[in-house]
Structure formats: structure tokens, C-alpha cells
Design a protein. Structure first.
Length: 318
């Protein structure tokens, strides 16, 4: 089927996690059809950052629509997008080309696998085995920035460093938000983060806890940043800088949000906290080792002592 396709446009999604779910499909296209031109269209700065330096694409356009190639400059013969949104509609009109619909899987799978199945159904008409892995490519500048942060806050001192993400997409859209059972269902209440930090330091006074999140989640860390061992980097990193930072942690604790899937691209021991969403579909890929998923009906029912015990029982902070 793909023999007739020379120029493929692949439409990304806005959110960090959703974009990361598309990475295996992009890698598969390039490895299966090395001679096609594969351009991606990013609807957000976040999505464009995820694809920065990716060797499997030819160009990444957006989110500035002025950067898109003119219709007479590139003749796209296939438009891929495993979703529907405003950008896809714009591209269909610009290039006079309908998005390929593909064949929807009859059974629910990991979201990244569903995207890959969609792409394979369009290009080869069947599903083909391919590992689900997330590969990111931080630049020299991204890694240098992460190194600078580690030096600035003394994170290379030899003691264990635990990353802890304190927000999610729903919180990032709000500048102020009440956490807990009456607040956001994906994120630990502040009291849980506080207890988690205290328990870690009690077990190992040399541990450093790096708090991560977006700038709109800075208010969450107000009562946490003065605690012993805490380094507050919420709002201080871009996507690939954060990836490079996580890559040097002893462990990373996060709710189901973009940072979870970002961390899946590293080999760092990962603890994922799930309540409102199903890890069967949105959890770490089966191919990603070193992951522990805690799941309860309510996020606050995942007790901080459970997570701390796991970290020490599995010798992740020794």
C-alpha cells in the first residue's frame, strides 16, 4: 500500500503524553519505509519540543502555521492522524487531502499500540509486531542545561536523588486549584507530598527530592520547598531538559501525566500513581522494565509510606 506514498504528513497531538504515544509509530514508518519523506505537524510548542532532534522525521512544522510548506512546495499524498482536531481540518483544506481513517482495533490496547495499529492499517493493511518504546533526543544544550541545574543545587554529591512530579495536565491549565478528594483526582494532596518527603529524609538524611512540574503548578510546592532535602524545579525546565534531568535520578515518582511517559523513555526506576485512569491503557509499556504501578480508587489512598517502603525495600536509594 505504501508504494504509492512518497510524502507523508503526520499530525501530532497537543499534550505531552499524547505526543509521546505517537513516537513508536513514527519510528516504525521510518524503519519500514526509509525512502518516504516524513514530516510532522505540531499543534503546540510542547509537541514540537518532543520531536526536536528526532532522526526518524524529515521536518517538524509548527505550531506557527506560517512555517507550514505551501501546497505547491510539497505534494503530500497521505495525511496521518489517529485523532480529530482543528489542525487536521486546516491541513486537509490546505493540501486538499483527507486524513487517512485506517481500521480501528476491535479491542482496547495501550494507547501507543492503538496509534501504531492505526498507522499500520493505513500503510500495510495489517498489524505487524514492533516494540513500543519511547525515544527522545535531547540536544547538547539540553543536557548542558540539566548538568548546570544539578551542579547549582548540588545533585551530584553522591547521595540518592528522587524526582517527584507534583501536577498533571488538568492542574497545569489552572493557576490555582484545590488538591485532594475534592480537588484533582489524579494528584496527591499536598499533605501526601509533605509526608512522602519527611519519610524519605527520615530513612536517609542524605536523600535529595527534586520537585518537577509546569510553571502553573508552582503554587503546589509553596509549602514543600523549604523542607529538608527539597529542590524545587517546578516550572524551571523545558521538555528535553526535564528528560535529561530525570535520566540521572535514582528514581522518579509521578501521577499519570506527561512526565510519566517522558520518564518511560529513560531507564530510571519509575513509580506511577494511578487512580482516575486505567494503567492497562495509559500505563508504562510492557517493554519498559523497572516500573512499579500503584493503583487505588482514590489517589490519596496510595499512602506515602507504601511508596517509600517500595523504594527502600527494592534498594533503589541505597
Amino acid at each position: 500500500m505504501s508504494d504509492r506514498h512518497q510524502n507523508i504528513g503526520f499530525v501530532l497531538q497537543k499534550r505531552l503524553g499524547d505526543t509521546i504515544f505517537q513516537l513508536p509509530a513514527i519510528e516504525w514508518i521510518r524503519k519500514r519505509f526509509p525512502d518516504v519523506r516524513l514530516d510532522v505537524f505540531a499543534p503546540s510548542v510542547l509537541a514540537a519540543e518532543v520531536l526536536s532532534g528526532n532522526p526518524y522525521i524529515d521536518h517538524c512544522y509548527g505550531p506557527d502555521r506560517q512555517s507550514f510548506p505551501a501546497a505547491d512546495e510539497v505534494h503530500y499524498d497521505l495525511l496521518l492522524g489517529a485523532h480529530s482536531d482543528e489542525l487536521i481540518g486546516e491541513l486537509e483544506g490546505m493540501y486538499q487531502l483527507a486524513r487517512a481513517t485506517g481500521v480501528k482495533s476491535t479491542t482496547r490496547k495501550k494507547r501507543a499500540r492503538e496509534v501504531l495499529d492505526y498507522v499500520q492499517s493505513v500503510l500495510i493493511g495489517e498489524y505487524e509486531a514492533f516494540p513500543i518504546r519511547y525515544s527522545l533526543y535531547p540536544s547538547i544544550a539540553d543536557r548542558a542545561s540539566a548538568d548546570d541545574l544539578r551542579r547549582k543545587y548540588g545533585l551530584d554529591g553522591g547521595g540518592p536523588v528522587v524526582g517527584c512530579h507534583v501536577g498533571c495536565h488538568g492542574l497545569a491549565k489552572r493557576s490555582r486549584f484545590s488538591l485532594g478528594r475534592k480537588g484533582h483526582k489524579k494528584v496527591w494532596p499536598v499533605s501526601h507530598y509533605s509526608a512522602f518527603i519527611d519519610l524519605l529524609v527520615k530513612r536517609n538524611p542524605d536523600v535529595r527530592i527534586v520537585l518537577t512540574g509546569s510553571k502553573n503548578e508552582k503554587h503546589i510546592t509553596r509549602k514543600l520547598r523549604s523542607k529538608q532535602g527539597v529542590v524545587d524545579l517546578v516550572g524551571e525546565t523545558r521538555v528535553l531538559e526535564l528528560y535529561a534531568l530525570i535520566d540521572n535520578f535514582s528514581a522518579f515518582v509521578t501521577p499519570d501525566t506527561g512526565s510519566l511517559h517522558l520518564a518511560c523513555a529513560t531507564k530510571v526506576p519509575l513509580i506511577a500513581l494511578f487512580s482516575a485512569t486505567d494503567p492497562t491503557f495509559y500505563g508504562p509499556p510492557a517493554e519498559r522494565s523497572g516500573c512499579k504501578v500503584f493503583q487505588e480508587k482514590y489517589i490519596e489512598d496510595i499512602r506515602p509510606e507504601m511508596v517509600v517502603s517500595y523504594l527502600f525495600d527494592h534498594h533503589l536509594l541505597s
